[in-house]
Design a protein around this ligand. Sequence first.
Ligand SMILES: [Zn+2]
Length: 112
Amino acid sequence: MCPPEIVLLKNFTHYFLHLGFPAVIAFVFYRTRWKKVYLILLATMLVDLDHLFADPVFDPNRASIGFHFLHSYYAIAVYFLLLFFKGNLRIIGIGLLFHMLTDFQDFEFWCH
Ligand SMILES: [Zn+2]
């Protein structure tokens, strides 16, 4: 079991990585059009729709990475390839890879 203050810190980290850090990426690397880039990065959270095909939809004791099909290692390889394109595809790739990193640390670095 996780002590409540650790759960709080874990949740804060999770939401910061999902919502706050993409704004930092957008502002630092795409300053002139950071709002549009931020929206694209937020939209990559739609990959979590693959959870709807799992039963139960959310299980704190299950790692998303390597389980759901949009969180599989094959999918991650495709997201990596998106980095080689220019424009919005690259931004989508950044968002998806960052999402995977967020989900990974969420499961691997904390107690459950
Ligand atoms: Zn996810």
